[in-house]
Design a protein around this ligand. Structure first.
Ligand SMILES: C[S@@+](CC[C@H](N)C(=O)[O-])C[C@H]1O[C@@H](n2cnc3c(N)ncnc32)[C@H](O)[C@@H]1O
Length: 136
């Protein structure tokens, strides 16, 4: 499903769940790469590829901050693909997805999330999900 994009940076990750070798996340060996929200330019790390973003979904303010960074990165010329809850009634969805003209691909069924950050313990999520593509 993701093979169609040359992903080069995972902007919300840990060493054990990053989709690609280069990531931003709290356990990164370089302290400057531990917080994607304070790291100035994701585009500088993308190396000509596409940024992957499956951010923390709560709290909403943190999710919105991640999405704001995704939009800014796309405007700087580097595409970002995000996996998000398809929360079509949420303000953040309208602000960061609809009103930015991002591409949306709704995913059939329900995803299950695994690993230390999976709050559902591997059970299927009660929400629908979507892939969102921000590109300039
Ligand atoms: C939903 S998981 C994504 C896991 C994996 N990268 C993926 O795409 O499936 C969210 C990740 O965001 C990381 N994270 C939380 N706050 C962060 C921050 N401020 N900067 C970078 N990563 C962060 C967590 O450590 C966690 O690994």
């Amino acid at each position: 499903m993701l093979a169609r994009w040359p992903l080069t940076l995972d902007a919300a990750a840990c060493e054990n769940n990053t989709l690609v070798p280069r990531y931003l996340g709290p356990d990164h060996p370089d302290p400057a790469h531990r917080d994607a929200l304070t790291f100035e330019h994701w585009a500088d790390l993308a190396g000509g590829g596409v940024v992957w973003l499956n951010p923390p979904y709560v709290p909403t303010a943190k999710l919105s901050s991640f999405l704001g960074r995704a939009v800014a990165t796309a405007r700087a010329g580097v595409p970002v693909v995000g996996l998000l809850p398809a929360s079509t009634g949420a303000s953040w969805w309208w602000e960061h997805v609809i009103e930015t003209g991002a591409g949306v691909e709704f995913l059939r069924g329900r995803l299950s999330f695994h690993g230390p950050h999976a709050r559902l313990g591997g059970a299927s999520a009660p929400w629908a999900s979507a892939l969102v593509l921000w590109s300039s």
